[in-house]
Design a protein around this ligand. Structure first.
Ligand code: FES
Length: 460
């Protein structure tokens, strides 16, 4: 059994040393990697260790409040809680990944922690990566749509207001460009378009096939900007704009947001998009002009989205978070990166998958590379995904990419009371902390004390 232990050099690593000099024995299964601070652990290292066949991974840092860099472990704590949620959603047993705190003076505790971690990892057995489970087909039960009745007249009404507004903004120089939708996509879908002349505004369309999230087109280089850019923004596009502003990828002054109320989009088969079924935001949370309003026909004012969403959650069958499902979804992926390309939040110049240092990527789309990509991307998007569904719409292989990210997004909303892109002021959940954040899924003191009762005897 192999357990990779990432230990902070200022505390747990010194604690391990003390265990050695104090002759406190512990199982020899751990392979220690020394790190400068628990806050410096990239979650991808943990994912990579699991995918390379480690049976377990543990991370140990300074006790909260004692971090050598003051707050590194407070940031790490949230990251670990969310990572554990992500990994359990993908079917990794919770006990395979352990987080804890050990100080430099706690040699005995370090030995106890290792014994407890070893025991817990042994109980869940060898890594599933070493002996992949049989693949099972997975068919997600399609939910009945509460909103698939496309209200065409409402869209037409909004489009009639949209075209003169864009014309006026271009003519009076308020904006230099409008990013919107035009007809002409396959299976009747609308396509993104960029308009910079008032004469072209007639080609703008607004209907229930305007699926892509347009905010990704705003993320260009400042040197290419000629003036303000108007964006036609559904609620999810507007949330993405807020998120980009908060992440310093965009200046609020640079964008003119034409918000449109939205009751959900459909796919090429006239079925409501799964992401729209889960969405409860009908009015863009930010806009300079709003087209459509509650009770305007484009928006069903009789719906109580919160009640509906929670009722739907209660009625839903228990989600399948098994490792078999994860493998089954990964098996469909061909690692084409369409999901990344369509995602507003994937704006890194070089994706972690393509970095030469460290060399994450293999040249072939093998199972390990696919798992690393999807888990790593889900972790990068934790607390940042606006649930627009662009990734799953872009996937030609029908991979259910969203279930990982959505589970984590819901978890962050419930745990840290944070919904991405709803306002410009709230600090993003993963970029902040409180000193009393819950340590959900951490190795508890009770666990270790129970071990202490053994008298610290060696078991290896
Ligand atoms: Fe040890 Fe930050 S220095 S956790």
């Amino acid at each position: 059994m192999k357990i990779v232990a990432f230990l902070c050099t200022w505390c747990s690593y010194a604690g391990a040393d003390l265990a050695g000099t104090g002759r406190n024995q512990y199982p020899p299964n751990v392979r220690v990697i020394r790190i400068p601070c628990s806050g410096r652990i990239n979650p991808i290292y943990i994912i990579k260790a699991l995918l390379e066949g480690a049976d377990g991974v543990m991370v140990s840092g300074c006790h909260p409040g004692d971090c050598h860099y003051l707050v590194g472990n407070y940031y790490a704590r949230r990251r670990f809680v969310v990572l554990k949620k992500l990994l359990t959603t993908a079917g990794f047993e919770p006990n395979r990944v352990q987080f804890t705190w050990v100080s430099a003076s706690e040699g005995v505790r370090f030995a106890d922690v290792i014994r407890k971690v070893t025991e817990k990892v042994a109980a869940v057995g060898p890594s599933p990566i070493e002996s992949p489970p049989e693949l099972k087909s997975f068919n997600q039960a399609k939910k009945e749509s509460p909103c698939c009745e496309a209200n065409i007249s409402a869209f037409e009404k909004q489009q009639k207001q949209l075209i003169p507004l864009c014309k006026k903004l271009l003519e009076n120089g308020t904006v230099s460009t409008v990013i919107g939708f035009q007809a002409g996509g396959e299976m009747g879908m609308s396509l993104p378009c960029i308009i910079d002349s008032p004469d072209e505004v007639e080609k703008l369309v607004w209907n229930n096939c305007c699926v892509p999230n347009l905010s990704g087109y705003l993320n260009d280089s400042p040197s290419e900007r000629k003036g303000k850019i108007a964006i036609i923004a559904k609620p999810c596009d507007a949330r993405a704009v807020i998120s980009l502003i908060k992440e310093n990828q965009l200046k609020r002054d640079y964008v003119y947001i034409i918000g449109l109320t939205c009751d959900g989009m459909i796919d090429g088969d006239d079925k409501p998009l799964p992401a729209c079924l889960d969405c409860n935001v009908r009015i863009p949370p930010i806009y300079d002009e709003l087209i459509g309003s509650q009770g305007d026909g484009g928006f069903d004012s009789t719906r109580n989205d919160e009640d509906e969403a929670s009722a739907a959650r209660n009625d839903e069958p228990k989600p399948d978070h098994s490792f078999e499902r994860f493998v089954s979804e990964m098996n469909k992926c061909i690692l084409c990166y369409s999901c990344r390309q369509s995602c507003y939040g994937c704006y890194c110049n070089t994706c972690f998958m393509e970095r030469g240092e460290p060399d994450w990527q293999t040249t072939s789309p093998d199972m390990g590379a696919k798992m690393l990509y999807h888990l790593g991307r889900a972790m990068h998007l934790s607390g940042r995904c606006v649930e627009c569904g662009a990734c799953e719409n872009a996937c030609a292989s029908g991979v259910d990419i969203r279930y990982l990210i959505k589970t984590v997004t819901d978890f962050i909303e419930d745990t840290y009371d944070y919904q991405t892109g709803m306002d410009l002021d709230t600090e993003p959940a993963m970029l902040t902390y409180t000193t009393d954040d819950k340590e959900i899924g951490f190795l508890s003191l009770a666990d270790i004390d129970e071990q202490d009762n053994t008298g610290g005897e060696a078991d290896a």
